[in-house]
Write a protein that binds this ligand. Sequence first.
Ligand SMILES: *[C@@H]1O[C@H](CO)[C@@H](O)[C@H](O)[C@H]1NC(C)=O
Ligand SMILES: *[C@@H]1O[C@H](CO)[C@@H](O)[C@H](O)[C@H]1NC(C)=O
Ligand SMILES: *[C@@H]1O[C@H](CO)[C@@H](O)[C@H](O)[C@H]1NC(C)=O
Length: 266
Amino acid sequence: MHLFVLISLLDLSNILVFPVDGSHWINMKVLLEELHARGHNLTVIRASTSWYIPEESPMYSSITINMTEDERFEDFFDEFLREQMRVWSYNGGSAISHFKITNLIETLLDSKYDLVLTDPAIAPGVLLARYLKLPVVLNVRWIPSGEGHLAIAPTPASYIPAPGSGLTDNMTFLQRTKNLFFYGIILFQQRFIVGPHYDVVCQKYFEGECDIISVLQEADIWLFRSDFVFDFPRPTMPNIVYIGGFQCSPAEPLPKLIISIILLQE
Ligand SMILES: *[C@@H]1O[C@H](CO)[C@@H](O)[C@H](O)[C@H]1NC(C)=O
Ligand SMILES: *[C@@H]1O[C@H](CO)[C@@H](O)[C@H](O)[C@H]1NC(C)=O
Ligand SMILES: *[C@@H]1O[C@H](CO)[C@@H](O)[C@H](O)[C@H]1NC(C)=O
């Protein structure tokens, strides 16, 4: 499956993108610019209440989910997967642009996407991909309850500091106890606060047992926004590709004026 995803990335492909709004969009946009430059067809799913994701773009066609300002994220998942979902608008010259209102899921099935590219910080994208039975590429650092590695790689609490704990990989006994406490909070959130929302969607739309972690574990490639330059050593998995720093422009020498100012200050 991983090989298949890589091959279809080399070919020209039809990619369904389910981004997360806000600062996460900045990261996704960088990937989309590259994919667009290489000739891939992109379709971006966005909410009508989106802050930053434009409806019209030369890079992609968009599918706008009509939402009112006071609808919450949980409503969004449910709203999204419900079969009466309507496509509010398409644009960007996509083959399906003549539809104004149609059944979204049917349209998505008809569109023959090769894969879903999504940021799983909130994760409706992975649920949708499972529903459409499409391979998944994640652009990830965070999952709904914590850091991405927690879902797929072993995370020994004795030397992997929990996010937010402020600890390092060299901990005393007391610090390890504190670390366990932080992991406890993450597990608690996963089990009792965040998880149940996904469980409802899982029960409603998928056969057999599933929860958000098991759905995330099915993702084919994890493009991981981190780098061991600024992370402690830890176990990882072969389908994690570290892309930390991909948003940075290539380094260039400082202008002469700035160098003179720095030298003056010394
Ligand atoms: C989108 O939502 C607004 C506000 O609720 C409503 O007025 C409009 O008719 C909706 N459009 C569609 C296509 O459902
Ligand atoms: C991309 O979209 C165009 C226009 O809808 C279509 O003609 C073309 O076949 C698509 N390419 C791929 C690789 O799906
Ligand atoms: C871990 O920290 C202790 C003191 O806090 C220090 O003595 C020890 O050398 C450190 N070990 C490593 C591997 O850095």
